[in-house]
Design a protein around this ligand. Sequence first.
Ligand code: GLN
Length: 491
Amino acid sequence: MTDLTDLTFAQVRERLATKEFTAVELTRSYVEAIESARGLNAYVLETPEIALERAAGSDERIALGEAGALEGLPLGVKDLFCTEGVRTTACSRILGDFTPPYESHVTERMRRAGAVMLGKLNNDEFAMGSSNETSAFGTVVNPWRRAGSEAALVAGGSSGGSAAAVAARICLGATATDTGGSIRQPAAFTGTVGVKPTYGRCSRWGIVAFASSLDQAGPIARDVRDAAILLGAMAGYDRRDSTSVDRPVPDYEAAVGRSVKGLRIGIPREYRVDGMPAEIEALWTQGAAWLKAAGAEIVDVSLPHTKYALPAYYIVAPAEASSNLARYDGVRYGRRVPGRDVTEMYENTRAAGFGAEVRRRIMIGSYVLSAGYYDAYYVRAQKVRTLIKRDFETLFDQGVDAILTPATPSAAFGVGEKADASPVEMYLNDVFTVTVNMAGLPGIAVPAGLSSEGLPLALQLIGRPFDEETLFATGSVIEDAAGRFAPGRWW
Ligand code: GLN
């Protein structure tokens, strides 16, 4: 018999319906798989009792013919999502043992659709990072290794736990968040599919805030179909998030496998960056050829302000972060370190509670927002942001339906390799993903091949606002051509 954890949700859904196995049996397989994969450090909290109890509920609903869209799906939840009665830390010491009395809108929707929570997944502290090395719970280990090597590689970040867990088959799908690439980059590093929806598609309510104008929740899944199913359950209007958009959620799954004939796919020349490995360039050319073979028209396009996206992002994101993180003062949430007076208490609490990268962001953010520098940095970065957004609008106005780019400038790198170099080295990893957040657009990362060292590489498709369907259609063309990728079990 095949291992239950090897099945996709689309496959599981059918077999649960025909009672080939129960949701409780499926959940038990995952609970065991989690126990034997602790070395990956993907989970920061396991909740097997909750999972088994919810799975029993799923079995009852399946028996009654009342299965929801995610009925029985063993789900991992990024520790940035508040979960009622279950510790939520954003992988920061400052939140201590914070246990929210409420559930995030997104996880609430998934729960109502029948998803079974297995536990909370590791991430970079407050989602700041590209390698999951800034987490207070330590680094996530990528289930992929270079051929012939046992060196530990990063799973990407900030949703490293989500991506590693999906790839290692210790959850069937996971929630993640993406402020500058944190869904797509870890998905690319682990051979999984990650979707960053249009800004406003998923409610941010109950998700620990990093940079509010950029943050979006989305799924990481085994394949494009599963990602579409998951997003369908996560997306939807919520009046508690003023940026949540009230428009119907399409049937995303129906877009998987839909014809791409006649679609115009743009290849932006500015994404050909210096020092990009030849194999990534080749993968990109191959991706365009696959889409062309499926009937799409490939057009060379220009996004002239691309080179300013990364520097502008690293002003806007820290600025918003410094403001959002002001709330962690030892008074209202989590950890408190006493002092002689209230000021010293704030200082002691924040010094002990925040890690080095978060402190760096707070300092950068406070600096660019300070009276003397506000116009020179923050206001200018916002103007650049508008230009980046306009670049995309111009292409969409010209009839481009989606844009194809590499997802990352390299395959997964070694633990310590960039963290020990310089923060800028790490930030450069986001070069292809941050533009999408700056412009509020949807993006998908789809595995498209293996590097010469045997590691997954991915392509990114960027779509028009609220046109995730085209991303699922084009993404499934890449997936069908490239095949699927799963790491061999060594853990
Ligand atoms: N790596 C980027 C950063 O550190 C993006 C993180 C994210 O998307 N949450 O800011």
